[in-house]
Design a binder for this molecule. Sequence first.
Ligand code: ADP
Length: 251
Amino acid sequence: MTALLSVNGVSRRFGGVAALSDVSFAVPAGAVVGVIGPNGSGKTTLMNIVSGVDAPTHGEVLFDGAPVQGRPAHRLARLGIARTFQHIRLVPQLTAAQNVALALHEPEAGLADILLRLPRLHRIARERHRLSVALLERAGLGRVADSRAGDLSYGDRRRVEIARALAARPRILLLDEPAAGMNHTEKHALRGLIAGFRADGITVVLVEHDMDLVMGVCDEIQVLNQGRPIASGPPAAIRKDPRVIEAYLGA
Ligand code: ADP
């Protein structure tokens, strides 16, 4: 498999703190790649850099072979890099479907267009709703499409965020601790959702603390400790790697 995303020698310093030091790894197209490590190991910094929220101090990020480091998030989103955040960012007063619709591309219309083509705009609005509901159904959330986001359970809200990220039709989806705060049933649904992405050819990078989920769904795992890569490989090898066990237990 060719790499869809490559992180090459990426470092990020915040003043005197080396959040990432010379991190390199490749994400093969179509794979689910986990990024794990103890708190403070640089996982969020890495996600921020790959999604254009932050830029590296050194090193490059290649997407589909082209350097993208330092480009703003909205441009990376257009290239097909989508992400969810550790903290939920839905608009609580809007329905789940309306939250997803916010992420669908806006049809280009000037004022004259709007006045002349109201019937067409109504049709577009209906189409956006239909698309949003389809994305929610894909995330197993069709039943809550018309519920206010603020009234949903925590696990459902997290999955609405994933449905919203899908609205951009990403080629790669970066999930930042999607299972945080989920109960067992919700985690099970999330695991099925991620496996479905792999089946549909959407590449996934998963930052997650829940080891059962990471070990169960990832093809490859990259382990960070204090900003440095300490191990990478398939779940079975990572699970028994002494460097990984020490990083988690010995710190
Ligand atoms: P993780 O997501 O693995 O918990 P982070 O990427 O959040 O780790 O943080 C890695 C290190 O970088 C930590 O020491 C953290 O305090 C530091 N760090 C992250 N962001 C900033 C920032 N904006 N300013 C200063 N230090 C930061």
